[in-house]
Design a protein around this ligand. Sequence first.
Ligand SMILES: Nc1ncnc2c1ncn2[C@@H]1O[C@H](COP(=O)(O)OP(=O)(O)O)[C@@H](O)[C@H]1O
Ligand SMILES: [Mg+2]
Length: 352
Amino acid sequence: MSIQDTVDEMAPLRPENRHGTDPLMVLNGIRQEFPSSRGRTVHALDGVTLTVERGETLGIVGESGCGKSTLARAALLLRRPTSGEVFFDGKDALSMRGGALRSHRKRAQMVFQDPNDSLDPRYRVQRSVAEPLRAAGVSRADAAERAMAALAQVGVPEDAAWRHPHEFSGGQRQRIAIARAIATEPELVVLDEPTSALDVSIQAQILNLLLELQERQQLTYMFISHNLAVIRHLSHRVAVMYLGRIVEVGPAADVLANPLHPYTTALISAVPEPEATKRERIVLTGDLPSPASRPTGCAFASRCWLATEQCRTEAPPLTTTAMSEPGSGHLVACHRPAEAQEALASGLQLTA
Ligand SMILES: Nc1ncnc2c1ncn2[C@@H]1O[C@H](COP(=O)(O)OP(=O)(O)O)[C@@H](O)[C@H]1O
Ligand SMILES: [Mg+2]
């Protein structure tokens, strides 16, 4: 499949994308293998293809170990994938070197779950926030000024600049890490579980800050979380990952209100309801299979209540189905999407 076919198939229905799509980023067939103990290979990413549209939040959801952080690192060229392609603004990012790579890095930044991963404890906050600007060749004086502006945007007190990370609470530290990510005025920010380590009361404040920044600076987000409630709150489109693959992707309203993969259905049914609505829960038994011994058929078959012989032997491709809203880009990798959809009709109440 060519890149244009990939893009055409995955483009959502936003008006500007109906004809001739122009995504900010295209990930094509990304594989990431790691050697594991006993000479086996861990397939952390097993052919991930995704587009990230300009100005959207693409939510990526899946349980721990499914490859979300590995995907983030590949997308931002923090680790070269074993194979596959990364296109950013139409350009092949994996072939960039030297100055081209430096200016690319300015345009795509990352926020980690643990702010300590991007803030050096020995440095004053201003230096950490200015560091990506310095790396991009901005003069010391300009970088310092822009770091102060970024800190003002995330709402930390002005004197924070002269203090060290350990003097702040977890929430304030994450604000500072966000300031560092936006200081270069990037187009894309990849957020890898940015609120998962924070108190619930602080999580909402950080999510609201991210929404404000997105609107103010027209940021594109790839937002990674194992928490579907958070994904639902922020995302325009949602991609569901399972064992190194995308199993369902599409506009958030379609994927969350009309899930076609049994795994998505199970994730949704596990989200606690705000009111005491009666709803049957699907409880997944068993663990994620090991990415070092991927089953031949559908990786979800071992936990799926709909699995047949075909599911255990033949891996389903990620594709549109008769149940997808036409032209929506709602794709699913399942042999039995109609039955998965019926699971909802029979007792499960889902809200998007
Ligand atoms: N550097 C690494 N070396 C070996 N295995 C790794 C490495 N990074 C990740 N993995 C493995 O790849 C899989 C996906 O990990 P990860 O991307 O961190 O998942 P997630 O972020 O969804 O929890 C896991 O099985 C993990 O153990
Ligand atoms: Mg992770």
